[in-house]
Structures are given as C-alpha cells and as structure tokens.
Design a protein around this ligand. Structure first.
Ligand code: NAD
Ligand code: MG
Length: 391
C-alpha cells in the first residue's frame, strides 16, 4: 500500500500533537506532508526536525520568518510558508491524502472547507467549522467525493456504533458529557470561577478554549449541532447524557431496544487512530480499558439551568445557520474575554444569548455570507463587553 500523505492543520495543539504521536507508530503507512500552527515556533521547529514534512505553515508572518531561520541553520529542507492563504494550499494539495482539521475555532473553517472541496479524507476535530457551515460543508463533502471522519470522541464513538447501511433503525444518538469541573457546584458559586479553575478538566487534557467550553457545557451544545450535521438527524433525536467517568464516549439507541456504546480510556489517540486507519484498525498507544478499575458508570440529566449554553445551542440550531454562526462567534469572543479576566464565567451565556438572538433566522447560502455573519457577531460581542465594563 502506498504511504498516505498527511496535512495537520493545528499541529502545535493538543490534537495535533496526539496525531503525530499516532503517525509515528505507523511510519510505513503514513508520511507527514505539512504541519501548520498559528505562531508556536518552538513546537513546529521540533516537529519539522523529527517528521521532515514538505511544508510548515505559520499564520503569523513574523513566526514564519523565525522558523525558517532556525530550520535553515540546521540544514533542514522543510519549506516554510507564512499567512492564512498557505493553509488552503497545504489542505488541498494533490500531494496530501488526508487532512487533520485541528485548528481551534472559526479560523479553521476556510482551510477545512478547502480540504473537503479537494476531495480529501477530512478528519474533523474542528467542530466550530461544521457548526458555522452546516449544510454547505456536508454538500461540499458529497459533491467532491471527500470522506468525513469525526475526531471528536463522542462523534467518533457514534460513527463506530452506527449501522453501515444509513440510519436504519436508529432512534436516537446519546451524546455523553463529563459535566465538566463544576458539575456539582451550586449556582451561587459559578460567578466567581477563575480561568485556572475552568481549564482544569477532570478527565481530558485539551486546549484552553475547548476546556472552558466543557466547563460551560457549550462544548456539548456545539457537539449536538455537530452530530445533527454529521449524522443527518434533527436535534430532538440527539440527547445529552451526563456521564462523569467519560468511559462511554457516546451511544446509539435503536428501535429494537438495543443501545450500542463505545468505551475506552479518555485519550484522543483512539479516535485519531480510528480515522487514520478506517475501515481498518490501527494501534494507537492507548492503554487497554481496565473495567475493574472503572467499577462504576453513572448517568445524570444535564442541568440546563446552571449551564444555559447547552439549551442555547439547541435553540440556535432550530433557528438556523445565521444563529449558529452567531452562537459560535459570540462564544469564541466571550471565552477569550473570560480567559483575559474581562468578564465572568456566568457572563458567557448571557453574552452568547444576546448576540445569538440578534442574528436573523434562515441560513447563509455561501462562504462569504457565513464570514460576514461571523464578523458582525464578533463586533456585537466586543461592544457587549465594552458596555458591560462601562456600566
Ligand atoms: P489547541 O488550542 O491545543 O490547538 C489549537 C491549534 O490551532 C494550534 O495548533 C494553533 O496554532 C492553531 N490555531 C489557533 N488559532 C489559529 C489561527 N487563527 N489560525 C491558524 N491556526 C490557529 O486546541 P485543541 O484542544 O487541539 O483543539 C483543536 C480543535 O479540536 C478544536 O476545534 C477543539 O474543539 C477540537 N477538539 C479537541 C479535543 C481535545 O481533546 N483537545 C477533543 C475534541 C475536539
Ligand atoms: Mg468531544
């Protein structure tokens, strides 16, 4: 079998690093075609020396210059490119077969869509891209013969539990949620949560933005929307189940009473290896699950009162594409402001709700309209924060 070329968008992040860890276990099957990052020179330098990709892309031009100097100094042949445009090139090049979409947030949309339009195997970690583009993305995958494989652990679990012949007999998708670090906290204590407390996830080690999203349950909300698009189901057939151990990564409930679940240790190398190998299985480095050490599997209803972001995401999805873009953009701005100590933890859902409700109903028809709605919602969110500071 010919070696597959891999582009990793967001190689310096948590998912990017886990992807390279799995790839390193299978050098005969895969080679790294390109790695990309926003500005982390040290991480990309180290990856370039070890994996010798053809290209390294830095969105930040200054960082690109620094990386190029350091690689030249050690005689490396890696070609360094700077700027966001270069992401599209490495995502759609004829010399790459698979694209790991692991940029965080809206910044990942354009290159991820470029990979789909070039007919690649798109391994989708960047849920925000799908939340923003919905049907447009799904249509691009179909029209260009791309393969869409979910990396998000819940969606990867569902993918593993679904029948091969469409949605035959599927009643519901049961998305599991850990409940985040504040699952047992009283409502009165949420206001004073610090960024340090919010990024300390109980079960998974992840980037900052998704860690805060897990704490507010916005991550689960985005995942509900992601599941609707990936699996072609209406929101009322996607249910969230809080399962604090994160051992079951999600389930599919069938019309004959069967419920299929995928279990494992909470380590993203499992879904990454599954997407790289599909339809085959590859070793991932993940330790086997010790059921005796796990002992208990608990299940609870999500608390939509203390964590309003989950319901906001359901509401946005029913409202349409403009609303889900606004939801995502407002959330990105709010999380950044929370991490920068400009707003409190409980301000996040209030800001998101305000900005989401200002979006029109309906769905944008093309990428340009999507990006305009994204920009408008960001500006509205920034002025919301400014007003809050004044009052
Ligand atoms: P991270 O913060 O660790 O890494 C983000 C990556 O995106 C970095 O490589 C960074 O350089 C790049 N990036 C950031 N801003 C950019 C910009 N403006 N332009 C180009 N590149 C930019 O994040 P992560 O935890 O690896 O998550 C990445 C994506 O995967 C997110 O969408 C997240 O929701 C999703 N995801 C992550 C996990 C996880 O376990 N970490 C699980 C499921 C889904
Ligand atoms: Mg997830």
């Amino acid at each position: 079998m010919a070696s597959k070329g891999i582009t990793i968008l967001g190689a310096s992040g948590s998912i990017g690093v886990s992807t390279l860890d799995v790839l390193a276990r299978h050098p005969e099957r895969f080679h790294v075609f390109a790695v990309t990052a926003n500005s982390n020179v040290d991480k990309l330098f180290e990856q370039c020396v070890r994996f010798q990709p053809r290209y390294a892309v830095m969105v930040d031009l200054l960082a690109a210059g620094l990386l190029e100097q350091r690689l030249q100094a050690v005689g490396s042949e890696v070609v360094v490119l700077g700027g966001a445009e270069a992401l599209n090139m490495v995502a759609s090049s004829p010399d790459t077969d698979y694209v790991m979409a692991a940029i965080v947030g809206a910044a990942g949309l354009v290159p991820t869509l470029a990979a789909a339009r070039a007919g690649k195997r798109v391994m989708l970690a960047n849920k925000e891209a799908l939340v923003m583009s919905g049907q447009l993305f799904i249509d691009a995958v179909r029209e260009h013969g791309a393969e869409l494989l979910p990396i998000d652990s819940e969606h990867n679990a569902v993918f593993q539990c679904l029948p091969t012949n469409g949605n035959n007999g599927v009643e519901k998708i049961l998305l599991t949620a850990s409940g985040g670090p504040f699952r047992l906290w009283p409502a009165s204590a949420l206001q004073s949560i610090t960024p340090e407390q919010a990024v300390a996830h109980p079960n998974w080690s992840m980037g900052q933005k998704i860690s805060v999203d897990s704490a507010t349950l916005m991550n689960k909300g985005l995942e509900v929307i992601e599941a609707c698009w990936l699996f072609g189901l209406p929101a009322e057939r996607v249910e969230v189940v809080v399962h604090p151990q994160s051992t079951i990564h999600s389930m599919v409930s069938y019309n004959d009473g069967s419920v299929l679940a995928q279990l494992g240790n909470p380590d993203m190398r499992t879904p990454i290896a599954y997407a790289l190998g599909w339809p085959e299985r590859l070793t991932s480095g993940v330790a086997p699950l010790d059921l005796f050490a796990t002992a208990r599997l608990d299940f609870e209803q999500p608390d939509k009162e203390r964590f309003p972001c989950l319901q906001l995401a359901y509401d946005a999805h029913v409202r349409g594409g403009y609303a889900t873009i606004a939801l995502n953009a407002a959330n990105e701005v709010a999380v950044k402001a929370f991490l920068g100590r400009e707003i409190g933890f409980t301000d996040i859902p209030v800001l998101v709700k305000d900005v989401m409700h200002q979006a029109s109903t309906g769905t944008p028809m093309n990428l340009e309209e999507i990006l305009i709605q994204d920009e408008e919602s960001r500006l509205r969110s920034l002025s919301w924060i400014k007003n809050k500071k004044i009052h």
